[in-house]
Structures are given as C-alpha cells and as structure tokens.
Design a protein around this ligand. Structure first.
Ligand code: 7RM
Length: 637
C-alpha cells in the first residue's frame, strides 16, 4: 500500500519532513487520487478568519476515489460486511461492484427528488448498509449529508434539520438495538411538524412495523429505487466544497454543525486509517462506532472504503444476546483490526472474563480505542485478555472537528504506554499552551492542547455561522486551533490527554454540553434552575450530575421528580443525555455577578470538598454546605 509507514525510523523521518514542508508532504499523498483537475496551490490559510484552503481549485469526486479508483482491482472484493442486530439473521455482504451500483442508484433517486449539488440531506437511519449507501449517494451528486445519530430525540433531530436547512430526510420505519425497537419514522414525523423546509422523506423498511406515510411527502425507499437506473455520473466538485456537516456539542448553546470539505478530508481519512491501524490488503476491519458519530464517518465508511478495505458494519449492541457478542463477530468474520471505545471495554470488563476467554480471537492483529481517555485497568484487560498480549493497542486521540486521528501510536511501530495517545501523526503539529496562550516548549509540561498548523482534515466552518467557528476554536489562542482538551507531554515527549477543560462532558465517549442538558432540564414545568457537571463514572467515564432547583413540590411530586426530569431530557435531547444523579437543591453557588461556580459543583460531584478553592466571591456561601449535606455521593470534607 502506498503512503504506509512501516517502521519507527520511517515515522520519525516522515514527521520531520511533514513539519519542515507540510505542503510538499501532503501534495505527494494527494498525487495518489483521481482528480478531474489538479490543484493550483496546495494550501492557503490564516487562522484569524479562519480560512483554510487545501488543494485549491482541484476538481474531484470522493466516490470516484472509492469506486472507480478501486474498481479495477476490487470489483468482486467485499466492501461492507453487515452484521445484523440478531445473530440469527442473515449477514449482508456487498462487493465494491455491488455497493457502487446501489450508491449510484440511490444517487439517482435523490436527483429525481430534485436534490442538487450543495443541498443538505438529513439522514436519520439505524446501522444498516443503506446508511452508508445514502451518505455515499449524497457525495456522488455533491449533496451535503448531515447524519443525525438515531438515538437523538425528535426535538434534537428537528434542531439539526432546521439549522442545516435540509429539504429532504432519509429514515426508516424503525431500528433494532438489542431487544428494543426504536420507532424512527414516528420520531421523524414528530420532528417534521416543526420543520417546514422538509419536502420529502424517503423511508427504508427495516422492521416492517406499520407506519403512516404522508401523501405527497413520504416515499418508500424500495419503490423509489425501482424507478431509476444504476448508473450515475459523479458530480465534479471543488476541493473545498463541503462534503458533510455533523453536529457536535460545545460548551455553549445549541450543537454546531461542524463542516468538512471534500479533498482534505478524503486524503486525511485514508492516510490516517492505513497508517494508524496498519491495514493490509485482504484484512477485515471492524470499527464498532455508529455512523451517526464522526468515528463512523471516518473509520467505517470513508477511510476504509477509500483504502479499498473490507469494513464490518454492526447493527447491534455489545451486550446482546450476551456480553460475548463482539468476540463472536470477530471470530465469525476473522476480524484483523478492531476499533472500539473505552466505555464499551469497561462495560465488558464488568461482565467477566468468561465471555472473552471462551472465544477464538486469533485473527486479531491490532486493537484500537477512541472517544475518551482509557484507564489503565481497561487498557490491561484489552491488551492481555482480548489481544492475548500479542496485539498492539492504539489509543487514538481526535475530534469531530479534526476529521481524523491526530495523536496516536502507529500499530506495532510506536512503543505504547497505557493511557498515553503517544505521538502526533505526520502533518500534525500539537502545542501545549498555558492560560495566557504561551507555548510550553520542551518535555514534562501540562496545559491546554492546541494545533498550530492546518492539516487537511480540519474543520472549515460551523454551518451557517462562521463567526461561531472563529470564536470557539480560533479566538482563545491567537494563530492556533484550540481543542478544548487539556494535555500533558511527558519526559519522553509522549502526549497524555487529560480530558475537557470546557463545559463539555464526555459521557461514554459522547460529547454533551452542560448548557444543553440544563436547557433540557429547565423545560420541566416545576424546575426553576439547574446546573450540570460531569463526575467520575465507572463505566461511562463521566456521568451527568444535575443540581436542580424546583418550585415547592408536594410529596408525590418529590417522589416522581427525578423520573420526570430524566424523561424531559430524553425528550429534549435523547437518552444519552439523561442525568445519572439528580440532586434537588435550594440554591446554587453563584458569584455576585450571577455566574454559577461549576468548579465547586464538580468538586462535590467528585466527592471531594476538602479543597473547594476560593469561595470568597460567593453570594451566599451557605448553599455550598447544604449541597454537600444533600449530595448523592459520599463527600469528603
Ligand atoms: C473521535 C471523537 C472528541 C473528544 C476530545 C476528547 C475526547 C477522544 C480520546 C479522547 C482521550 C482519546 N470525537 N477523546 N479520543 N480523550 N483519549 N484517545 O471522539 O468529537 O466526539 O469527541 O473526545 O476530549 O476532545 S468527538
């Protein structure tokens, strides 16, 4: 495989080269793709606006680089292996040739519905092959996909449709998750009541449950594809045209639509995939993420398919029918590289070793993690029990905004250390800064993690609000992209990610903004005010702790309030944002200017009130004592 690093010395060499001459480094990699017209200039940028332009004026289509570029060799090679929720149901395998036909056919369906280059298409589907087909069909015709994780509520879906101004949505009647079915079409119907821009809904039949179809708006997928042919010419796109938007939570306000452009993302997704996981031709790759998150975009669909890999797509959950499901699937398809989240590993650790030790995992060569820091115990279990000590673990740090992996070991090449993401990939220039934005040079330093030079996969804007992109990512530290994470560089130059330094909670690897959860809780008619913080949670990494002020409650209301608040949050955002702990309080620690001092609430949630720091600016120091008295966790004073 081209552009694949094979040794530590080669990595070090490439890294030096990529810093000395980033344009030259990425240009050489870009030569490998199919372009209608090559770029005039590799890179133009400033981080003040920000304006980042990779492969300026290049013309291409990403799906031609997945299909036409690979087809000659791979027409009959399996592209996607789909493992259904129920292991008794049949696997679906699609070759590159078959997938190409289905993508082209669905692209024609979109065209027939009037979807044109630049239009936004919202996709709200479970983990079925049609999700990958729909997203690639968008890319084929130059439409911008906006995939919404199928665990989000009608309200959250509506917010994302409205912000992205889509006029079409692709969904299914329902979806399976373990023993549950999720009524996706019903959720869509509810969301669409608030979304006047939506003209059409294309509905895939997955569960077969009865769903009302709205005349003139709703169309069955299987009817629509019958009316079109299976060839669709690729729309010729500009390098910097938008490939997709994907909503992610930040510390303030509503989720923002992170915008990625075509050429840079394409090159970055494939390069990082091949190098980090050391994928070789013929290997079977499995990333257990949902395509509704960026990990699924980059490492189930785009990265692997660009590289001509065989990628497994899993509809189900890790614990059904039992906690051995992952390992059954590994054995069933002889998976070679396996990529999952620390939260999944911790959940499986808790179920006991028997589910792993009884399985044949000899096909595994590489294990990866993403989404949050992996604690040493989970790392050891993964390494010793799953990998039998033979498989390198790659702890990959990156974000929705970075498009692909940034700091990580290269599997089998970079010596690893538990809980360290280790070293930056070639082309990535991380810096650690202090509160004033001064770069902390050398080793053994800790501070905020920034990136000081553009990389091809980086965020270009936040949809519809470029100023917000500037404010959130490029204004804190001048001339740098700010990640929102704290990090340490140890004595040998290895990076350890310390977690978020802003008001974002990483729950099971999913980003949840405290402000969003507070807004949701405040929708409950009895709630006056709330403050939400993260606290250490054994399985989820961080749990959600909500301090809530309510109106006078009757005894029955008190008995039901927690359940009701959880239901309110589920309705506003989705079950992933449900608070784990809810504490009714009479007041919140506020400064004289009315700002909630979350630092204090965080400390209490952590169970440690021995050092609350400076509380002299508090309006009413007495509330802190009351909160500690009523805390849902044991608090050391
Ligand atoms: C890919 C993804 C991004 C946030 C990020 C971090 C945290 C991700 C790691 C990690 C420690 C890791 N995108 N994070 N990977 N923390 N070690 N290997 O997760 O946009 O949803 O989240 O996740 O805080 O800023 S994301």
């Amino acid at each position: 495989m081209t552009n694949k690093i094979t040794s530590l010395s080669e990595y070090l060499e490439k890294y030096q080269e990529s810093v000395a001459n980033p344009e030259g480094f990425w240009e050489k990699i870009a030569e490998d793709y199919y372009w209608h017209k090559k770029w005039d200039k590799v890179l133009e940028w400033n981080f003040d606006e920000p304006n980042v332009n990779w492969f300026q004026n290049g013309k291409l289509n990403i799906t031609e680089n997945i299909f036409e570029r690979n087809l000659f060799m791979r027409k009959d090679q399996t592209a996607i292996i789909w493992e259904p929720n129920d292991p008794k149901d049949e696997t679906v395998k699609l070759t590159y040739g078959e997938l190409f036909e289905k993508v082209s056919q669905f692209a024609n369906v979109l065209k027939k519905q009037g979807i044109k280059k630049g239009d936004r298409v919202t996709i709200y589907l479970p983990m079925i092959p049609e999700l990958a087909i729909a997203m690639l069909a968008c890319a084929r015709i130059g439409a911008i996909h906006s995939i919404v994780f199928a665990g989000f509520s009608a309200n959250a879906l509506a917010d994302r449709i409205i912000d992205g101004t889509s006029n079409i949505i692709i969904t299914s009647d329902g979806g399976y998750r373990g023993t549950k079915t999720i009524p996706l079409k019903k959720i869509v119907d509810e969301a669409l009541e608030k979304c006047p821009t939506i003209q059409k809904a294309i509905v895939y039949k997955r569960t077969g449950e009865d769903v009302p179809m709205k005349e003139g708006r709703d169309i069955w997928w299987h009817d629509a594809i019958k009316e079109v042919d299976t060839e669709c010419k690729a729309e010729v796109m500009d390098s910097e045209d938008t490939l997709f938007i994907l909503y992610t939570s930040g510390s303030t306000g509503k989720p923002k639509g992170v915008q990625h452009s075509i050429a840079g993302y394409m090159i970055f997704a494939e390069y990082t995939f091949k190098n980090v996981f050391q994928y070789s031709d013929g290997d079977v790759w499995w990333c257990t993420a949902d395509i509704g998150w960026v990990t699924g975009h980059s490492y189930i669909v785009y990265g692997p398919l660009l590289a001509g890999a065989t990628t497994v797509m899993f509809e189900g959950v890790p614990t059904w029918p039992d906690a051995g499901r992952f390992w059954d699937v590994v054995d069933k398809y002889k998976v070679n590289q396996f990529y999952t989240a620390p939260t999944a590993i911790r959940a499986l650790v808790a179920q006991g070793n028997e589910f792993v030790t009884s399985k044949d995992l000899s096909s595994l060569k590489v294990l990866g993690t993403v989404g949050e820091p992996i604690n040493e115990e989970a790392w050891r279990w993964y390494h010793d029990l799953v990998g039998k000590g033979r498989c390198p673990i790659v702890d990959t740090w990156w974000q929705t905004e970075t498009g692909g992996i940034m700091i990580t070991p290269l599997a089998g090449i970079t010596p690893t250390k538990p809980s360290f993401a280790t070293l930056p990939l070639p082309g990535i220039q991380p810096v650690i800064v202090d509160a004033e934005g001064k770069e902390l040079k050398g080793n053994s330093v800790e501070g905020n993690l920034c990136i000081k030079f553009p990389w091809p996969g980086m965020i270009r804007s936040t949809y519809g609000d470029h100023e917000r992109c500037r404010q959130v990512y490029f204004s804190q530290y001048k001339g740098m992209y700010f990640t929102g994470d704290g990090a340490k560089r140890d004595e040998e130059g290895y990076y350890r990610i310390m977690g978020r330094v802003d008001d974002v909670i990483n729950v099971s690897g999913h980003r949840i903004g405290t402000a969003e959860v507070e807004d949701a809780i405040n929708q409950h008619p009895k709630v006056n005010e709330s403050a939400v913080v993260g606290y250490p949670h054994e399985i989820k990494g961080s749990g959600i702790y909500a301090y809530v002020i309510c109106d006078e409650l009757s005894e029955t209301e008190i008995a039901n309030i927690e359940k009701e608040i959880r239901a309110t949050v589920t309705k506003q955002i989705g079950p992933i944002a449900k608070p784990d702990m809810i504490q009714l309080v009479s007041g919140l620690p506020k400064t004289r200017s009315g700002k909630i001092m979350r630092r204090i609430l965080r400390k209490i949630g952590e169970g440690d009130a021995t050092n609350l720091g400076d509380t002299s600016t508090l309006l009413d120091p007495g509330v802190v004592e009351d909160i500690i008295d009523g805390a849902k966790v044991e608090v050391k004073r």
